[in-house]
Ligand binder design. Structure first.
Ligand code: PEP
Ligand code: MG
Length: 542
């Protein structure tokens, strides 16, 4: 039995078998080999294993998302048989006498770079596929687990770190808990865990080599600890705690259908944050009044090419229809920083959080932006849509966005395609936007305060840097004063203001937000009823 403590991201408790995921970087070490033919035979075996995985993925995708979307796994199967690629791997093993993992990694990088430099957009997009199949091959060569959980039962995932795109690809029904060695509590992976109601610990100082898949683990998000190979009495105690947590959860369920109203009659909207159309289930289950933040960029993650207008339109329409008239705020693409997507070819940046991201990409690559706006405006016909734009710093950006939005409407009119112009708001997540919120308020329909980035930029603390978690203080007076200032400026212009960053779910501040006149809190679906409970205990006048 071994116990470790870490930082809790979601307070829940779970027990089950481990699935240990090792990063490719750890698996790829250059080493000299003597028997080159034996090394080549290892590659052949790994190809066979990878082909089996791809076939299973294809079959699953075919059933769940249809033939067009499943086709990518067929393409990967074909690429794994490509003579040029395999010849390059074999040549390297033979001429440089290196291990298979290293030869596959280097060949994968070379081929991927070659594709990325091609002029043809389709071929460019294949760069990510080559990387993908090379990574799969490396995992098969080292006998490590595939990210795909199709073959595994419900498991506790243990990894060095998880990127948002890895997390978003996982089959959520198979995840009991997450435990990672690295990762900050403010990262998007942490946010995803919170959204999925999955107990999660980050920053746990463990050694992956000491763990093996199948070992039993207890993850206790309340105590911020994980126990591997627990003694019998711990297992019994954990079963009891899981039952108690379930009972507390059941108690919260009694608040469903009740109003978000304080003891002295002040109301507030409590909405939910989601990352995909499939998450609407969590929203309805937890009785949220609407969706205050749909992080649309998750549609772009974990895939090899841009989602088409049609694909986006279908996802947005599905969410709007399922929400049946309740407000749905969809944020336009916020890619960049920690949300990296190979096919965007964003290039390496020294400081990605302060780099080429979000609206900066949309305003410079307007074809990507217009495709998304077309899909959104067309979907608006099917429900109560609001669109919001991330990472705003100037009035000119908003004016430029409005020009592009109007252009999209004109084009839709010309082609007689049905659409509706939705309410358009902006996120307030830079100190610049806060300071000019008096000028921004009259030209938008609403503000939604993104406290995650606002804290990062105000306190000059990288939200991804786990060493700074102790300094990342969203209760800092500067942040609270900024929220008040934004709320006052929104109301002076007759606009509504919400909070969609993680701070919105912090029940220690619910009273203060109510007193500031915040109109809406958008929180992880799992937090909706807890925040409602808190609202109902408060007397604003006090
Ligand atoms: C925020 O910055 O607070 C926010 C809601 O956006 P994200 O966490 O996706 O950056
Ligand atoms: Mg943000």
């Amino acid at each position: 039995m071994k116990k470790y403590t870490g930082k809790s991201v979601y307070k829940g408790i779970a027990m089950g078998p481990l699935l240990v995921m090792k990063k490719n970087d750890d698996l790829v070490k250059r080493s000299r080999i003597e028997d080159t033919e034996a090394e080549i035979a290892r590659v052949s075996e790994a190809i066979e294993v990878s082909q089996g995985q791809l076939q299973r993925l294809y079959d699953k995708a075919l059933k769940e998302v249809g033939e067009a979307n499943a086709a990518i796994f067929e393409v990967h199967q074909m690429m794994l048989e490509d003579d040029d690629y395999l010849e390059a791997v074999y040549n390297m093993i033979r001429t440089q006498m290196v291990n298979a993992e290293y030869a596959v990694a280097v060949t994968g990088d070379n081929f991927s770079e070659m594709f990325a430099n091609m002029d043809d957009e389709y071929m460019k997009a294949r760069a990510a596929d080559v990387k993908d199949i090379s990574n799969r091959l490396i995992r098969s060569l080292s006998g490590s687990q595939d990210v795909d959980l199709t073959a595994a039962g419900p498991s506790v995932i243990v990894a060095d770190d998880l990127s948002p795109s890895e997390t978003v690809q996982m089959d959520k029904s198979k995840i009991l808990a997450f435990v990672t060695i690295h990762g900050s509590t403010n990262s998007h992976t942490a946010i995803l865990a919170r959204m999925m109601n999955i107990p999660a610990l980050v920053g746990v100082p463990l050694d992956l080599e000491e763990l093996s898949s199948g070992m039993i683990a207890v993850v206790d998000g309340f105590q911020s600890e994980v126990i591997f190979d627990p003694a019998e009495e711990i297992k019994v105690e954990t079963e009891k705690k899981i039952k108690e947590a379930q009972e507390k959860q059941n108690l919260l369920q009694t608040l469903k259908g009740k109003e978000n109203c304080t003891l002295d009659g002040k109301r507030i909207d409590i909405f939910a944050n989601i990352g995909s159309a499939a998450d609407v289930g969590y929203v309805l289950e937890n009785d949220a009044g609407g969706i205050g933040l749909f992080r649309s960029e998750f549609l772009y993650l974990g895939r090899n090419d841009f989602p088409s207008e049609e694909e986006q339109f279908n996802a947005y329409r599905q969410v709007l229809q399922n929400m049946a008239g309740r407000k749905v705020v969809i944020r336009t693409l916020d890619i960049g920083a920690d949300k990296q997507v190979d096919y965007f070819n964003l290039g390496k940046e020294d400081n990605p959080a302060m780099g080429y991201r979000a609206i900066r990409i949309c305003l410079t690559q307007t074809d990507i932006f217009k495709t998304q706006l077309r899909a959104l405006f067309r979907a608006a016909v099917y429900g109560n849509l609001s669109v919001m734009y991330p990472m705003i710093t100037t009035v000119e950006e908003v004016q430029k966005i409005h020009e592009i939005a109007e252009e999209v409407c004109r084009e839709l009119d010309e082609h007689q395609i049905p659409y509706k112009m939705p309410e358009q708001g902006i996120m307030i997540e830079t100190p610049a936007a806060v300071m000019i919120s008096d000028e921004l308020a009259p030209i938008v329909d609403f503000f939604s305060i993104g406290t995650n980035d606002l804290t990062q930029y105000t306190l000059a603390i990288d939200r991804q840097n786990e060493r700074l978690d102790a300094f990342y203080n969203p209760h800092h007076k500067a942040i609270l004063r900024m929220i008040r200032m934004v709320a006052d400026n929104a109301h002076a212009a007759g606009k509504w203001v919400g909070i969609c960053g993680e701070l919105g779910a912090d029940v220690a501040l619910t009273g203060e937000f109510l007193r500031m006149g915040v109109d809406e809190l958008s929180v992880a679906p799992s937090m909706v009823l807890k925040v409602r409970q808190r609202v109902r205990e408060i007397r604003v006048e006090e």
